[in-house]
Ligand binder design. Sequence first.
Ligand code: ZN
Length: 290
Amino acid sequence: MNLTRITDSNLIANTETLAREERGLLTKVLHHLREIERRRLYSSLGYKSLFDFATRKLGYSEDQAYRRIAAMRLLSELPEVEASVQSGALSLSHISVAYQHFQRERKHGGQALSAEAKASVLEKIANRPIREAEQITLSLSTAPVTLSPDQIKIVADDRVEFRFQANSRVRGKVEHLKGLLAHKHPSLTLGELFEILCEIGIKQFNPATPWTSRKRRVIKISKAQMRRAVFKRAGNQCERCGSTYALEVDHIKPQAKGGATTLENLRVLCRSCNQRHAISELGLEKWINI
Ligand SMILES: [Zn+2]
């Protein structure tokens, strides 16, 4: 499929149509899963459960299978969910957040929430960012939010599983840090991030580490200072879209066009906005060939 000649507006319009069709396809998949479960077909095919069938036969990841089955269950109970999935108001992530809440409530309260109560929760989280949806369900929860003790479990020869709970502030910091590291380490897992932090901590706090290597190495002071000043002025966020992910210092007038490295000509952009800017300044073909 060659999309390089398509206009910007057609590209956007087509993608919107495809996303709508994709959501339609998703509800069809849910209906099929439901009928397979009703017939217990997976069992006669030798699968232990619908989940087993969805992962091994259909090739979904465990997470994908879990979300689809949760959505399918909810759809059977609340047929109106279909319209919300169709319109995009409820994504699979929303549904899995709600589903986990319903299960927690049932476990804690000893009985399932009524269909009306469930519908009202779904209505409250529809169209909200996922993190907000999680907070909403947490605030509606009657089950006490217990902080479980840390757990470290050996899962294979050279693998351990860490399990701990933290507050949303920590989550925000983790995301901030991932954004800062995005250039050097794209798609960093939590485990890899944890290892990097441990290395920094060991170096920092180990009394055996020579003092000189504990200090931050400062290369090209003037450039670093300028960079800091630009970030400070921008409030540590993209000056176009406000994102804090993968921030870069951008030359407003590109260096390729003789733009200077001065405070006035510098600004902070996220990687996407920076790339978009480069494309509009230099043209797509040229940008790709850089
Ligand atoms: Zn941006």
